[in-house]
Design a binder for this molecule. Structure first.
Ligand code: AMP
Ligand code: MG
Length: 485
């Protein structure tokens, strides 16, 4: 499927303080659950027919592609506010880095590949439900226009894995521009390996921020870029109604991509306090907390980078102080797009705030509200809206919105069309993922396939899939997901 000449394993060329060489532990009786041709195209993979058996062998740890040099990366991280001095790839391996014809480099990362020196008390495995969730969501995020790692395929097996019950050992083949996280820098700073810290920063700048290379204040500029990308990503999450669930610094990518899908959740009804992670008893990672948490996480990254700034805390702090402003800029930008507002007005932030307060009060479905708002015509009877929300408590806001629209120049139809390019009809609702998982656990992978196809076109009407756009049936609203994946 891939040959040695496809690989350019730059991370494996770094000194060995960054990783441990480790081979995958094979799974028994593997079978392919699903495969994403779009993700495969990123690494110039041929069509599935010719490579299926090899792909299954590689993803189940029964074979290695020529050119791969599997390794487990070491990192640390702040988990739920407390510092964990040593984490690392406990159940995933960086198989290698593929350079595609366009010159882009993609990490090939196998999640669920068996124990590594960083597994601590874990078994190094992943179960089918968690692989399906990550597979569907990372591709869904990409098609929503939200930066994310990608997912090439899911393989399951007869290897038993024990969680609350016995489950099937499975793997996910993940693609990313890098798997370097905030937590990598924390590890090398707090273990006093400042030379390695610099090596890693230089490596990341070389490969992912090459335009900064050789500049006078390269580290400063780079930190500002990371802040900016992170602020933009979190603003996209908030605008889309996405809660990550475990925003520990070891799950924050240095390139501002959504990374490590665990107990994530999309909002059904709008709720600032939405907590999707069953283990998050304090609501640290509640939906409404994500902007503050990401700011705090950037602070942890800043502290870890201090040795690169000749221990000049002021320079770092100044950069860090720009985070809230960067976040607000992007959030307003994305919310304006969702509201079809092209000509910025000072009052827009107030309009957005009032809307969120009305949505919280009405408990209405976040995604369906915005999709219905695309068909809003001032002064008319708005059937789409009345079908998703009790418009009486929203009457004041709708009146303000109608007045605001007078400052725009496009027609209602053109605005509606534009809004439908940014307000999805289809998202990966938890109950939909759950249905697909339950069928897959019984051996029927068709629903995974169907959801995948649907999520590739989240902004299209897709009449055959219209029922997938509904809110979950009463009783399954806002289910929390466990971390034990
Ligand atoms: P996560 O919360 O999934 O981001 O994982 C946090 C840390 O625990 C990472 O270092 C993972 O590699 C590790 N980990 C999670 N699950 C397992 C497992 N089943 N076996 C070994 N390590 C794991
Ligand atoms: Mg993680």
């Amino acid at each position: 499927m891939l040959d040695a000449h496809h690989f350019d394993n730059t991370f494996a060329r770094l000194p060995d303080v960054f990783y441990t060489h480790q081979s995958p532990l094979p799974l028994v009786n593997p079978e392919l659950v699903s495969y994403s041709p779009e993700a495969a195209a990123l690494i110039d993979m041929p069509s599935l027919e010719g490579i299926k058996s090899e792909l299954i062998a590689v993803c189940s740890g029964n074979a290695l592609c020529p050119g791969t040099e599997p390794l487990a990366m070491v990192y640390a991280g702040h988990q739920f506010g407390g510092y964990s001095p040593q984490l690392g790839d406990g159940r995933a391996l960086l198989l290698g880095e593929v350079r595609n014809k366009a010159g882009e480099k993609w990490d090939l990362h196998l999640k669920g590949a068996g124990p590594t020196p960083y597994s601590r008390f874990g078994d190094g495995r992943a179960v089918l439900r968690s692989c399906i969730r990550e597979y569907l969501c990372s591709e869904a995020m990409y098609h929503l226009g939200i930066p994310s790692t990608r997912a090439l395929c899911v393989v399951t097996s007869d290897t038993p894995v024990y969680r609350e019950r016995q489950e099937r050992g499975s793997t996910l083949l993940r693609l990313a521009r890098t798997h370097v996280r905030f937590g990598h820098f924390e590890y090398f700073n707090y273990t006093g390996q400042h030379k390695a810290l610099k090596t890693l920063a230089d490596y990341i700048i070389d490969h992912l921020f090459p335009y900064l290379k050789g500049q006078k204040n390269a580290y400063q500029l780079w930190f500002a870029e990371v802040l900016n990308k992170t602020a933009k990503l979190i603003a996209q999450w908030q605008a889309a109604g996405f809660a990550h669930g475990v925003m520990n610094t070891d799950n924050m990518s240095i390139t501002g991509d959504t990374l490590d899908y665990g107990p994530f959740g999309f909002l059904d009804s709008f709720d600032w306090q939405f907590v999707c992670n069953h283990s998050d008893h304090q609501g640290r990672y509640a939906f409404g907390e994500q902007p503050d948490v990401s700011y705090w996480n950037c602070g942890r990254l800043g502290s870890a980078l201090m040795p690169l700034f000749n221990n000049q805390p002021d320079t770092l702090q100044e950069a860090l102080n720009t985070y809230p402003e960067r976040y607000s800029y992007y959030y307003t930008l994305f919310m304006r797009q969702k509201l079809g507002l092209v000509l910025p007005q000072n009052s827009d932030d107030q309009l957005i705030k009032q809307l969120l307060s009305a949505l919280q009060h009405s408990q209405c479905d976040y995604t369906r509200f915005f999709r219905a708002l695309c068909d809003f015509v001032p002064g008319a009877v708005n059937h789409a809206l009345t079908s998703v929300v009790d418009t009486r408590p929203m009457a004041q806001w709708l009146k303000t919105y109608a007045q605001r629209l007078q400052k725009e120049t496009v027609s209602d139809t053109a605005r509606g069309y534009q809004m439908k390019q940014v307000n999805p009809k289809y998202i990966l609702r938890n109950h939909l993922a759950q249905q697909a998982i339950e069928l897959a656990e019984g051996g029927d992978f068709s629903e995974v396939e169907r959801l995948m196809l649907m999520l590739k076109k989240p902004f299209d009407e897709q009449p055959d899939n219209a029922h997938y756009a509904n809110s979950p049936p009463a009783g399954v609203l806002q289910v929390q997901v466990s971390c034990s994946s």
